[in-house]
Design a protein around this ligand. Structure first.
Ligand code: MV4
Length: 653
């Protein structure tokens, strides 16, 4: 390789993925980070790291000068831009080359040409690649464009020439809606891209989105790495991508892939790029070319057994492509699911990841940029990880996807895992018959009616609390289940309230009674936000975190929240000796005082924790039943107390 140090002008999972490729090639890595990312995973993994500014991307990851400074400080000999941010900025490419470093991407001229839809369509036509019928000429008048729209025939679509991701785009069904749509598209395009030129196209109804991966070198070689079907999108954000596309037969695949290679050649393209098509039946139309490595590149890697980042680095270093087209085969089936930190409505969410445990096993790849304990910032793209499954055929890949989604634990922030599970189970997806309207048509993006918390989840929540030694359980010595050492746990889930009566049978085994039934739960392992248990002998794995008075549990890929009541007060504990002016707190059962939280003479508030007692290996907090002054504390920490002993005297104020 002609360079030995590479700067990654990006963050998150893609920065991590590029750093790992470099480690395998013996290339040293330079990370950059905003103030929000000082402790981020990509910074932890890189050989060196440089701060580039405040958290908002326009002040850090979108500033060309910051990268030039980092190149100069670090002596990086090449720059990989990842995706998003400035990855398709010809300005950054030129600045990198101006600083004497290698741009791991296409020539800036090709990036610029592809950044303008009209230019890109002209190149496509020159390469004899089908484009959507429309108008991309120079007449920009409202009258002229309205006439062109009539000529094309409604429905049509107005697109910002500099646009992307659906911005500055308006579909128009009828002539009388044209002017308003044109003006709206222009307004949006001007504010988003600083350029209000638009083009018109025939509106292709409900197409599939199929794209072809290409790679070119500096020696005149251009190869394709087959297609990816990205039809499942939500508001122009891809959710699921797969290869092979269920919509292509071998002939159509060959034709579209050849078209993509012709286009790349015509554009003078080098490095990795993606040619996007709309597909309707057997008709395909060039849409645009993405001049970067894409989020969904791992599915291509799995079916071709090639490493796209390594290919990018090799061709950027001036090496010829190490594979010929004939050597590139498509084997098996790969599906990627993007994991977004978002609520059920699809709005991005931030916060601390209390537990993050992606699934494992054969045919599973996880590209991640976060670990348990990391803070997910709302400043950046909400995609936190990607799950890629691979199998010999699509049917097995779909089964693997479902299994892997069930085994995915993320607690602390809401994610789109429920949506992904609904997709993976949907018969239309299973049949491979998804088009771009799939999520809307089947109302999959709408949150389902609230899922009731299953009994299993409540039992596991109780067992997790008990085994963690942090249960704020209430001693329980009434009712049919009365024996010393039983405790009662209370949970609220939505409107419902649940009681679990628990008895410890052994060091990791509990007898739990919930409503009618009785279960024995053995906790087999409990660590890192996960527990493995046997529920009446049946093995089960669950994500578990105790966050204040909230238990968060994930079971078969579904997250449940159970709320605990505040710690019990002495009145609830049931103490003798209470009179009008005060209360004395007696131990409900024999136990040990593990912590005394107050001193004699202290003024305490109602509900304030006074001490923690342990009985039958379960810890409980005892709180003040009312405000008052602590008058006596007969037992010190570590003392063993007999059942019924007075633990504290509290005088009401
Ligand atoms: C279209 C189209 C229908 N007809 N062009 C959306 C994003 C941008 N890259 C192109 N897009 C579309 N262009 C014509 N002539 C429908 C879309 C479109 C779409 C395309 C791919 C995947 C999802 C989509 C969702 C809505 C609209």
């Amino acid at each position: 390789m002609s360079f030995s140090k590479l700067l990654i002008a990006n963050r998150g999972e893609i920065a991590v993925r590029i750093i790992r490729a470099c480690k395998e090639l013996g290339i040293r890595t330079v990370a950059v980070y905003s103030e929000a990312d000082a402790r981020a995973m990509h910074v932890r993994l890189a050989d060196e790291a440089y701060p580039i500014g405040p958290a908002p991307a326009p002040e850090s990851y979108l500033k060309v000068e910051r990268f030039v400074e980092a190149i100069e400080k670090s002596g990086a000999e090449a720059v990989h831009p990842g995706y998003g941010f400035l990855s398709e900025s010809a300005d950054l490419a030129r600045a990198v080359e101006g600083a004497g470093a290698i741009w791991v991407g296409p020539p800036p001229e090709a990036m610029e040409a592809m950044g303008l839809k009209a230019k890109a369509k002209q190149i496509a036509r020159r390469a004899d690649v089908p484009t959507v019928p429309g108008y991309d000429g120079s007449d920009d008048s409202e009258k002229g464009l309205a006439e062109e729209a009539e000529r094309i025939g409604y429905p049509i679509i107005v697109k910002a020439s500099a646009g992307g991701g659906g911005r500055g785009m308006r579909a128009v069904a009828r002539p009388r809606d044209f002017l308003e749509a044109l003006r709206g598209a222009k307004r949006e395009a001007l504010s988003a891209f600083g350029n209000d030129s638009v083009l018109l196209e025939k509106y292709v109804e409900n197409p599939r989105h199929v794209e072809v991966q290409v790679v070119g070198d500096n020696h005149g070689n251009v190869v394709h790495l087959y297609e990816r079907d990205c039809s499942i999108q939500r508001r122009h954000q891809k959710v699921i991508e797969e290869v092979p596309s269920p919509a292509l037969d071998p002939e159509l695949r060959e034709e579209m892939c050849a078209a993509a290679v012709r286009l790349a050649r015509e554009a003078g393209y080098r490095n990795a790029g993606t040619v996007e098509f709309l597909l309707q039946g057997e008709e395909y139309y060039f849409l645009e070319m993405n001049t970067r490595l894409q989020v969904e590149h791992p599915v291509t890697e799995r079916v071709t057994n090639l490493d796209l980042v390594q290919l990018q680095l090799a061709v950027a270093a001036g090496e010829p492509l190490p594979v010929s087209q004939e050597e590139i085969a498509l084997r098996g089936s790969a599906i990627e699911a993007r994991i977004y930190a978002e609520g059920e409505g699809g709005l991005p969410a931030g916060g601390r990841l209390l537990a993050f445990a992606p699934p494992g096993g054969p045919g599973i790849r996880n590209d991640v940029g976060v670990e348990s304990g990391d803070e997910v910032s709302v400043h950046y793209d909400p995609m936190i990880s990607k799950l890629i499954v691979f199998a010999a055929n699509r049917e097995m890949a779909v089964r693997r996807l479902r299994r892997a989604l069930e085994d995915y634990t993320i607690l602390g922030i809401p994610t789109n895992l429920p949506l992904l599970r609904r997709i993976a189970e949907h018969p239309v997806f299973v049949a491979g018959e998804t088009a771009t309207d799939f999520l809307e048509k089947h109302r999959l993006a709408e949150p389902p009616v609230e899922i009731p918390v299953p009994e299993e989840a409540i039992l596991l929540a109780a067992a997790g609390e008990l085994i963690s030694g942090r249960a704020s359980a209430e001693p329980f010595a009434a009712g049919p289940w009365r024996h010393l050492g039983s405790v009662r746990l209370r949970y609220r889930t939505g409107e419902a309230e649940h009681w679990v009566e628990a008895e410890r049978l052994g060091s990791n085994t509990f007898r739990l009674q919930l409503e009618e039934g009785e279960s024995v739960v053995e906790v087999l392992a409990f660590r890192d936000g996960e527990m493995h248990a046997a529920l009446d002998g049946n093995p089960v794995r669950a994500g578990f975190v105790l966050d204040g008075l909230e238990v968060r549990l994930s079971l078969h890929g579904v997250v449940y929240e159970l709320f605990k009541p505040r710690p019990p007060t002495v009145d609830e504990v049931g103490l003798g000796g209470a009179d009008a002016g005060g209360a004395s707190l007696t131990a409900p059962m024999p136990g040990t005082v593990v912590k005394v939280l107050v001193s004699v003479g202290d003024e305490v508030e109602e509900g304030q924790p006074l001490f923690m007692v342990e009985a039958m290996k379960m810890e409980q907090t005892v709180a003040a039943p009312h405000a008052g002054t602590v008058r006596a504390l007969p037992f010190a920490e570590g003392a063993v107390v007999p059942g019924g002993a007075v633990l504290a005297e509290l005088e009401a104020t």
